[in-house]
Design a protein around this ligand. Structure first.
Ligand SMILES: C[S@@+](CC[C@H](N)C(=O)[O-])C[C@H]1O[C@@H](n2cnc3c(N)ncnc32)[C@H](O)[C@@H]1O
Length: 294
């Protein structure tokens, strides 16, 4: 039903939130509840349509009402993550262009980047690799946190790299951030002070049980093998060769963390805690990775 004219943002958000809630959607792509998602949708359309800054007295622009209704309809009937509909996701407080070619950014690594990986790094990293970069959100946020660093963003998917390029341009980082098409480390050159990776790690069983919203994301971004360990194990096996002596590998494996620990009982995994949610992220030094290989 169309919204009546001249409604405050609060009124609109309340209605949208109720509709999202009633539709029993899954919220896991940038928000975890209907109210936050309604705020995100309404604020984004306000920003795109209104000519004034947002305030408590703001009225929702009438010109944006048809778009609001169309997006709501697509979100509800298509179970499409809002980030894809808006062509925008927020990560580490930064906006990123996204579409169905990439995973919607949501890695807990954002919190580590904001805290400059304290206390994991012995010195400011000069060269950083974002392996399996998708939209480039992790590498780009790290580049903005370390203004002197050179960043390499790599992915197997040409589609993902095209989106990463859009985001490199969006944040004007062309001089310090480059992309490489690579199956894990195959085409990676040189050594790094920090390797960041949120690779595919979802097991087949977990994938089959995921809500529809996740099936809108590229399968290559989520699934690896039946156990969800194939790519994380390859990264653990190969990373040391691409690390400087004091370098650190930060690897996200989500719910596969227990299976990974079982598969490598001697690996001294340091599983990190997060203030803002998330789990299954470990930190390993080059020495630790080499010791296990030996
Ligand atoms: C979980 S997504 C993460 C994307 C991004 N880092 C983020 O946090 O939003 C994993 C990414 O790994 C890429 N990928 C899958 N297999 C790969 C491989 N063998 N080598 C390199 N990248 C791969 C996918 O294309 C996808 O972009």
């Amino acid at each position: 039903m169309p919204f009546p004219h001249e409604q405050s943002l609060h009124e609109i958000i309340t209605r949208v939130s109720a509709q999202l809630e009633a539709a029993q959607l899954h919220f896991g792509h940038g928000t975890d509840n209907a109210w936050d998602e309604a705020c995100w949708l309404v604020e984004t359309l306000f920003r795109r349509h209104a000519e004034t800054a947002i305030s408590a007295e703001s009225v929702f622009p009438q010109a944006a009402l048809p778009e609001l209704e169309a997006l709501l309809e697509q979100r509800i009937t298509g179970r499409i993550p809002l980030a894809y509909l808006l062509r925008e996701a927020w990560f580490a407080g930064l906006p990123f262009y996204v579409d169905e070619r990439v995973l919607v950014p949501r890695s807990p690594l954002a919190e580590l980047i904001a805290n400059q990986f304290s206390p994991l790094l012995k010195k400011t990293p000069g060269r950083i690799l974002d392996l399996c970069c998708g939209s480039g959100c992790i590498g780009i946020a790290a580049a903005l946190q370390y203004p002197q660093a050179q960043l390499c963003l790599s992915d197997l998917s040409a589609d993902a790299l095209a989106v990463a390029e859009i985001n490199i341009n969006k944040h004007a980082l062309e001089e310090r951030v480059s992309t490489v098409s690579s199956d894990l480390f195959d085409n990676i050159q040189g050594k790094f002070d920090l390797i960041l990776s949120n690779p595919p790690y979802v097991s087949e069983d977990e994938y089959r049980a995921l809500p529809d919203e996740y099936l809108r994301e590229p399968e290559l971004a989520l699934l690896t093998d039946a156990e969800g360990l194939d790519i994380p194990l390859k990264i653990l096996r190969q990373a040391a060769e691409f690390m400087h002596e004091d370098a650190c590998l930060i690897l996200e494996v989500g719910n596969s963390w227990e299976a990974l620990q079982k598969a490598l009982p001697d690996m001294p995994f340091m599983w990190l805690d997060f203030e803002h949610g998330g789990h299954g992220v470990c930190a390993l030094s080059k020495a630790q990775l080499q010791a296990i290989q030996a």
